[in-house]
Design a protein around this ligand. Sequence first.
Ligand SMILES: Cc1ncc(COP(=O)(O)O)c(C=O)c1O
Length: 386
Amino acid sequence: MITCQKNSFNLDPGVHYLNNAYRGPQLRSSEEAGIASIIRQRNPFQFKPMDFFEGLDSIRISFGKLVNCQASAVAVMPSTSYGFTSVLNNLKAKPNSKAIVVKDEFPSGYFAIARWAKENQATIETISPDPNEITLGESWNKNLLEAIDSNTAVVLLSSVHWMNGVKFDLKAIGAKCKEMGASFIVDGTQSVGAMPIDVQECQIDALICATYKWLLGPYSLTIAFIGEKFYSGTPLEESWMNRNNARDFGKLSEYEDKYINGAARFTVGEASNFILLPMLQASLDQILEWTPAAIQDYAKRLNSPLLQFIKKIGGNSEEEPYLAQHLFAPQLPAAINPEVLKQELEKNSVYVSTRGKYLRVSVNIYNEKEDIDALMHVIGQQLSSV
Ligand SMILES: Cc1ncc(COP(=O)(O)O)c(C=O)c1O
């Protein structure tokens, strides 16, 4: 059973950081890799042509292990918005098609779908949970599954809702998409790294993940699984690095028509970022060693007293199987104003987020009992002051 790994990070002492969903803290190993890479830039003559590719190759192998795909199915990009547009540009719609999204989807996914719908004369169906339910997950998943029909061209959603942490049943949704001939695009930003995912089992066509949250990577790197249906697609741009002859620097102007097989054509130009990639590699190595399953289990053990406390004070939280243990938004008693509570928490060095009406709590392997105790303490104080 994995124990707290706070020593692997450089978080300031005395801080209760319950906000990994905002941004993951930097691993010591990732920081060291970044510093070493900056120093390495002093002497460009030390960089060999293969250095432009080997870092990327290795990242693609590691991410493939994390989500169960071949390295050739992995592309590297600057942002999730880049990833969504890259794949959606290559999905053509039949007449009367619709796209399905969930209510309050993250804007990078939503705007990409909105553009796709406009360009393809398709409609967007936004799925919500039933109103007035105490928990959201069951009806939200049910409504989503019912909405996927033979007119559905594409379903795009976050595996774990970024605002409230509701978990979507990717296996059931993927199966329904396949049955109906719809493409299934998943934003893994708020789950991949902290929760196991298998793109084959869930029949996902594209899984796009910003790395600066649960992958503990640097900002400005997104990594994606892109499935076979896109392998004859047109990328957003034409990087020389994605052509078959790219590794032979002497022949680059023998312009090669063929892209490297698989997802590589969607990799952004200059993706071999010599500083950020080694940082991400260190993070992926660490996550693969800890394993997402162990991180999820750790979060569950840590949260259990908090979830009991929330119930005891008259609040509520999502229930299994729709509860993501690393990211959730407890419903607090109505007397508590989430914004006021957040300010009070910050005065006590407890960091969470408010997203809409939700107070979003997100925990990872560096959190400890003291962090949860500090959160409960301030909530208790707020309750007694109203
Ligand atoms: C679900 C989700 N997707 C994507 C992102 C980041 O999007 P982008 O990489 O387009 O900036 C976030 C950031 O909060 C997020 O929560």
